[in-house]
Design a protein around this ligand. Structure first.
Ligand SMILES: *Cc1c(COP(=O)(O)O)cnc(C)c1O
Length: 218
């Protein structure tokens, strides 16, 4: 099936209120443009350079979400391009985003990345440390915390994955209930091609899908 057909099928499948992020790593600007033509409104990029190339072709008619690991020396360029950064997992990274945004007069919506599988080598803050991280970020004037994001371990059984997603959803709800100042718990970004159906059942309202749209990566 074509990219356009995949997008249309997926959009028809998703319920109202669920945001679809097209995860575009390794895809060409033309492939991304085709997805946008078919109705994609949010592009997720893992790499700044790929995003800059795609942005030249597609431009600001869609929203751009950063979903990769953001290095400090890339923050200045990243904040100029992206509409949301989904992968904030440290005070240091948040402080750099805040600083660079203040220089260009921008308030950056961010999601806190949760390492829901508690995998030592992976990005994201452990669930038990998320609330403290958010407290440390709330005072930053050029950052708006808008929710949580998680990947979940890649190679596990469905029940284990569900447990990770469920814990992230519970955390999302508890932070929302705590009603901290300057925090708007609006988006829960979880689920990829092989897991988005499970993630939606577990309460995600934003899914990041690559292969199901663009085909398997080479
Ligand atoms: C690649 C990627 C996705 C999408 O993965 P697929 O399995 O291709 O759907 C989602 N989120 C992040 C952070 C990614 O890097």
């Amino acid at each position: 099936m074509s990219i356009a057909e995949n997008v249309k099928q997926l959009l028809a499948e998703l319920t109202e209120g669920v945001k679809l992020v097209a995860a575009a790593k390794t895809r060409t600007p033309d492939e991304i443009a085709e997805a946008v033509e078919a109705g994609i409104g949010i592009i997720g990029e893992n790499y700044l350079q790929e995003a800059e190339k795609a942005y030249q072709e597609v431009g600001s008619k869609v929203k751009w979400h950063f979903i990769g690991h953001l290095q400090k020396n890339k923050v200045k360029k990243a904040v100029a391009l992206f509409d949301m950064i989904e992968t904030v997992d440290s005070v240091e990274l948040a402080a750099e985003i805040d600083k660079r945004c203040s220089q260009i007069g921008k308030i950056m919506p961010v999601l806190i990345e949760i390492n829901s599988g508690r995998e030592a080598q992976k990005a994201g803050v452990y669930p038990e440390n998320a609330e403290q991280l958010i407290k440390d970020i709330t005072g930053m004037e050029n950052i708006q915390v808008m929710g949580l994001m998680t990947m979940g371990p890649a190679t596990i059984q469905e029940e284990e994955l569900r447990a990770c997603l469920r814990e992230t959803k519970a955390l999302f709800d508890s932070i929302r209930k705590a009603a901290m100042p300057n925090i708007e718990m609006k988006f829960l970004s979880m689920g990829m091609t092989d897991s988005y159906k499970i993630a939606l059942e577990e309460g995600a309202n934003m899914v990041r899908i690559g292969s199901r749209i663009f085909g398997r990566r080479g």
